[in-house]
Ligand binder design. Structure first.
Ligand SMILES: [Mg+2]
Length: 418
């Protein structure tokens, strides 16, 4: 390995995913079997163009219907059950599942990524729950027993590895893990599009440079990726080596400050995308400005829309970023992505944007991947070290950053050994 893994932070992190969550919830509520019945959840049963928000595993395997398919693609068959989405219900179940997690780990060890995905940090729970794999089995069994819901779990020394191993292996195997040492064997063969954080556009750029798998990225060079993609390229390079220095615990100090949000009720119904997005941009600007005034950045961006009275319903989604932000365009990009994914053309009456998972701006500036200014300085420092002492000296820079991260963590979270 190019990096000395003994210097990297070793956390026990689980990434827990509720399998076909919305569809599974409907199964449980309607006496169906989440694993063996054919269930589809759509935004609106009465619109043939309505988007499929979830499909049960059988629906995926036997009919190829998945999230993002359209209702008209779903065959009409007695054994296929179609339900309207009930977001409030799914959120309710999601909260109950988080409460269950709280019986395994403390609050600051849980990071909710989306309504059906969470990271749990198990550091220090070995005596209580055994090895990470044993804990994962226990959690999976408990979710099944209490809710009748199937789940899968990825295990790794950091969030990135646990998430990738979840997406690529655990979704088939139920539970899967990967250590730093196993990164070349388990993660490098994976095609780029399956890697969390690499979108189709980024994949295309990398393909053009002759990189098709994560291993190709790892065996490219930091300089090449940095000069081509800047900060993103740098992070990608480290990720390819399984390195992710994002904190393993939610910063306890910052838990009480909940969120900064802004919503509007429109004076008339809006349905033109560019009209709606203009309002979204204005809201993002207000939220970001407020965050900047308070000296805060937030990692979770939430965006919601309510349809007009006669249409009823709406959607509300959150995305948790790797990095805290208080930049208008970063918020806007996330909201726009959610909008493009969930908006089905109905007329809109209310729009809401909020930023949560807040932390102090200056606390973020200390960690490698969480601030651009620091990243640039650090990158320069790494270059200098390498020029002076040769490529292996990079290890010092890595140990320096993980050390500074450990210091940050120790400062913020008393009682938890990282
Ligand atoms: Mg899921």
């Amino acid at each position: 390995m190019l990096f000395d893994v003994s210097l990297l932070p070793k956390n026990n992190i689980l990434c827990v995913d509720m399998k076909s969550f919305y569809a599974s919830c409907e199964c449980v509520d309607h006496g169906l079997d989440p694993l063996n019945d054919y269930v589809v959840v759509v935004a609106d049963k009465n619109r043939s163009g309505s988007v499929v928000l979830a499909a049960s595993p059988k629906m995926k395997s036997d009919y190829g219907i998945k999230t993002g398919s359209r209702l008209f693609e779903v065959p009409r068959h007695r054994r296929i059950h179609i339900f309207n989405a009930r977001m409030k219900r799914y959120l309710e179940v999601s909260v109950q599942i988080t409460e269950l997690f709280l019986s395994f780990v403390p609050f600051e060890a849980i990071l909710t990524y989306s309504v059906d995905e969470s990271w749990l940090t198990l550091n220090g729970t070995e005596k209580l729950h055994g090895t990470p794999r044993e804990a994962a089995q226990k959690i999976r069994r408990t979710i099944w027993k209490q809710f009748g819901l199937p789940s899968c779990i990825g295990i790794g020394p950091n969030r990135f590895i646990s998430k990738v191993v979840l997406d690529v292996y655990a979704k088939q195997q139920g539970i899967a893990d990967c250590t730093y040492e196993e990164v070349p064997q388990k993660l490098w063969p994976i095609p780029l599009r399956k890697i969390w954080g690499i979108g189709t556009k980024m994949e295309q750029h990398l393909n053009n440079l002759g990189m098709y798998t994560l291993g190709d990225v790892a065996n490219s060079s930091l300089e090449r990726l940095r000069s081509r993609f800047g900060v993103m390229g740098e992070q990608l390079y480290y990720h390819a080596w399984g390195i992710d220095l994002s904190p393993a615990f939610v910063e306890a100090n910052d838990l009480p400050q909940k969120s900064i949000g802004k919503g509007v009720t429109l004076l008339r119904d809006y349905w033109r995308e560019n009209e709606i997005l203009t309002v979204v941009l204005e809201l993002c600007e207000e939220v970001a400005k407020r965050a900047r005034q308070l000296g805060k950045v937030g990692r979770t961006v939430s965006f919601g829309v309510r349809y007009s009275h006669y249409e009823k319903g709406g959607f509300h989604q959150s995305v948790t970023l790797d990095t805290g932000t208080n930049l208008t365009m970063e918020l806007y990009r996330v909201c726009k992505r959610i909008f493009k994914k969930f908006y089905d053309g109905r007329s809109v009456r209310m729009i809401h944007v909020s930023l949560s998972n807040l932390m102090n701006e200056e606390s973020v500036q200390l960690s490698l991947f969480e601030n651009r200014e620091k990243e640039r300085t650090l990158a320069k420092a790494m270059d200098e070290i390498r020029d002076k002492f040769g490529p292996n000296a990079l290890l010092r820079a890595v140990s320096y950053t993980s050390g500074s991260l450990a210091r940050i963590r120790n400062g913020y979270i008393g009682g938890h050994k990282a």
